[in-house]
Design a protein around this ligand. Structure first.
Ligand code: C5P
Length: 326
């Protein structure tokens, strides 16, 4: 059983990271950009490189800063165990697919519908945790997940002024919704699959993350050349980068590390609570600092539901013993 200190620390850092990422992204939208905008596909690649480098540093630290030990553990675990390494291609490929599906969803749906429907991933994650990890959830916990899903959906519910924008066509809505639904299943599956790999072996979470990141980097490079190859050849992959872009990319890389720590020391379901709380937190901070949001009573009802759900989930206390030694 992982130490409770690491569990709550990793969840706390996740709330902090998600909140800062959302705020920085909103802030970057309010800035007057000069020259070309940065390429999102390039940001994905740079974030993967940062993640891999940081994980290598963390493994280096785990081995008391010995170059020899680092070299040998990377060789043994990554190169000499190709089957173990290949297992990570599955969540990595699914995450890449998911990131693209969400792009399709956002281009075919309005942002609010997208955000609200994507919350279904709270339930798919719970279903995969039960079926793949043998986790057992009590009635109160299922109920709290339903309340959490409803709460986050309400928090993101568009206010009247926002919903007056022109609605996407029915066909486009269908494509968008289908993309979100598939992304909900892929998010639940990839997260729980990664959790299974982490919890079934003693291998360091950072070595696992290097394996995941290597595939992510390869898929990301393919994605960048497929979507933006022309522009990269013209003006390079760092076109449009400024300080805010670097901050967003660094926060995204930090996100990958924190999510891995949360999955290892807590679990995917608790991760859902942490990100839901940070949605409320970033919305409130955005209201006070950036004044780009007008909270409605629906928002407050949603926020109360998220908080109630969080307490209710813990209320039943100890989850039943988990046969998959989580
Ligand atoms: O929406 P969801 O919570 O499934 O998104 C998880 C995100 O975290 C994905 O974009 C995935 O690429 C990223 N991730 C990561 N490193 C991990 C696990 C997830 O970068 N070890």
């Amino acid at each position: 059983m992982a130490s409770p200190r690491l569990k709550y620390l990793s969840l706390g850092v996740l709330v902090f990271q998600t909140t800062s990422l959302v705020l920085t992204m909103r802030y970057s939208r309010t800035l007057q950009a000069e020259g070309p905008r940065y390429l999102a596909s390039s940001a994905v690649v740079v974030a993967e490189v940062m993640k891999i480098l940081t994980c290598v540093l963390l493994v280096f630290k785990e081995h008391s800063y010995s170059m020899r030990a680092l070299n040998s553990v990377l060789r043994q675990e990554i190169i000499h165990k190709p089957v173990e390494t290949l297992k990570l291609a599955i969540p990595s490929g699914i995450y890449t697919l998911q990131n693209n599906l969400l792009y399709v969803a956002l281009s075919n749906l309005d942002a609010a519908t997208y955000q609200v429907t994507y919350q279904l991933k709270i339930l798919t994650t719970a279903l995969f945790s039960v079926s793949m990890l043998g986790r057992r959830l009590g009635v109160y916990q299922w109920l709290s997940l339903l309340i959490l899903m409803a709460g986050v959906a309400l928090v993101q519910w568009p206010s009247d002024s926002a919903s007056e924008k022109e609605a996407p066509s029915a066909g486009s809505q269908f494509v968008g919704l289908a993309a979100v639904l598939v992304a909900c299943f892929s998010s639940g599956f990839a997260g729980v699959y990664f959790e299974k790999i982490l919890k079934e072996s003693k291998q360091s979470v950072w070595v696992r993350n290097i394996q995941l990141g290597m595939f992510g980097l390869v898929f990301g490079l393919f994605g960048m050349m497929a979507y933006d190859g022309e522009r990269v050849r013209e003006s390079g992959m760092f076109q449009g980068y400024n300080m805010v872009t670097w901050t967003v990319v660094a926060l995204q890389a930090l996100g990958g590390l924190v999510i891995a720590a949360v999955i290892k020391y807590a679990d995917n379901i608790l991760k859902g609570f942490a990100t839901s709380l940070s949605i409320i937190l970033s919305t409130l901070i955005s209201y006070f600092l950036l004044q780009d949001f007008d909270p409605t009573s629906v928002f407050f009802l949603g926020a109360v539901l998220v908080i109630v759900a969080t307490f209710l989930y813990g209320y039943e206390g100890k989850p039943s013993p988990n046969p998959s030694r989580a």
